[in-house]
Design a protein around this ligand. Structure first.
Ligand code: NAD
Ligand code: IPM
Ligand code: MN
Length: 353
């Protein structure tokens, strides 16, 4: 029997509530499809930071390297500045492991009333590909004359040709495997260096994909059209920050952040890929047991797919869809009165049937 070693980082807030549901579902999938999931849980989080003064130990990255994959909940706690917690853990892992393709499916599932009147699942089925290692998140910058009226804050956006080309290539490949339409998100009217290079690379890569229909949209127009015409889009690709924002918009199109899944992939498989829902630690609802675990469960399905357990991945997604469709158990974000655990149990039940 095949066994997979997973590094589990529940993190903070609702991360600690949704991840156990995802693991329950993974274990159930393993029982049904005959593979084993061995989890090692790491307490790295803001609570860990408050105790140890760091988000993870010095050898944390080296420890993670040996795992088949990383399953992460969410990081963030009002007691720790967000840039400290996120740069200390989540962003650090994405960068150190060069997890360059952040893949985020935006699908309206059957049974969910879209916030867009009249839209059905056929209208909302987008695969968003996000550059995940540089751009606006390059981490270059500094502050000068801090605390004085002469203070200067610099946050430098760096686009390399290499990373731009590889993410666009990844997106074109994804489009070729789907409905052969690619929209790339730019802002080359205002950003005359980075975004203009992005456009040039997009045109260059497009030459190798004559079968893929390409549309170029400035990010402001992309936000507008995603709301009015989600059906225009198949694969979308954008830089780190643009795609961060547009995928929360995408989560709204899906009906809730509680349904938005995400995978940080190293397509070369040199490092373990990391799977985490799009949402954060949601301090406003943390501790109440009402967080929607569906995003975490969908994310777990993406992890199975990446591990090569494609039949199990599809079965988990089908079980999730069945629970969504039946509408018997739903958390408050979807208008229900169910709990996190009840939703997880329902998916396990559907997976058994
Ligand atoms: P958030 O995603 O945590 O919450 C936004 C809103 O969506 C909140 O009203 C929340 O209750 C709701 N929501 C999110 N997930 C939900 C779920 N599964 N079920 C039901 N409702 C859900 O975003 P935020 O409030 O901007 O950030 C809170 C903290 O999380 C911050 O510290 C932020 O930095 C961090 N954050 C972490 C990650 C991550 O670790 N991947 C992602 C985003 C934000
Ligand atoms: C996400 C999150 C992170 C990001 C934050 C928490 C740094 O919003 O994964 O979408 O911006 O990448
Ligand atoms: Mn985000």
């Amino acid at each position: 029997m095949k066994r997979y070693r997973l590094a589990v980082i529940p993190g903070d807030g609702i991360g600690r509530e949704v991840i156990p549901e995802g693991i329950k579902v993974l274990q159930a999938a393993g029982r049904r499809f005959n593979f084993g999931i061995d989890t090692v849980e790491f307490p790295w989080s803001c609570a860990y930071y408050l105790q140890h003064g760091e988000m993870m130990p010095a050898d944390g990255l080296a420890t993670l390297r040996d795992f088949a994959a990383i399953y992460l909940g969410a990081i963030g706690d009002p007691r720790v500045p967000d840039h400290v917690s996120l740069w200390g853990l989540l962003l650090r892992i994405r960068k150190a492991f060069d997890l360059y393709a952040n893949v985020r499916p935006i699908r309206l599932l059957e049974g969910i009333a879209s916030p867009l009147a009249g839209r059905t699942p056929a209208d909302v089925d987008i695969l968003f590909v996000r550059e995940n290692t540089e751009g606006e998140y390059s981490g270059l910058g500094g502050r000068l004359n801090a605390g004085t009226p002469h203070e200067v804050a610099l946050q430098t956006t760096a686009f390399t040709h290499r990373a731009t080309k590889r993410i666009l290539t990844y997106a074109f490949d994804a489009a070729r495997a789907r409905r052969k339409r690619l929209a790339h998100v730019t802002k080359s009217n205002a950003l005359q260096y980075t975004a203009v290079m992005w456009d040039e690379v997009a045109e260059d890569v497009a030459r190798d994909y004559p079968d893929v229909q390409v549309r170029k949209l400035h990010v402001d127009a992309a936000a507008y059209q995603m709301v009015l015409h989600p059906d225009w889009f198949d694969v979308m690709v954008g830089s780190n920050l643009f795609a961060d924002i547009l995928t929360d918009l995408g989560a709204a199109l899906q009906g809730s952040l509680g349904l938005a899944a995400s995978a940080n992939l190293d397509p070369t498989r040199a490092a373990p890929s990391m799977f985490e829902p799009v949402h954060g630690s949601a301090p406003d609802i943390a501790g109440k047991g009402i967080a929607n675990p569906m995003a975490a469960i969908w994310t777990a399905s993406m992890m199975l797919e990446h591990l090569g357990e494609t039949v199990a991945a599809a079965a988990v997604f089908d079980a999730l869809r069945q629970v969504v469709r039946s509408a018997e158990v739903r958390t408050p974000d979807l208008g229900g009165r169910g709990t996190t655990t009840q939703v997880g149990d329902a998916v396990v039940e559907a997976l058994r049937a």
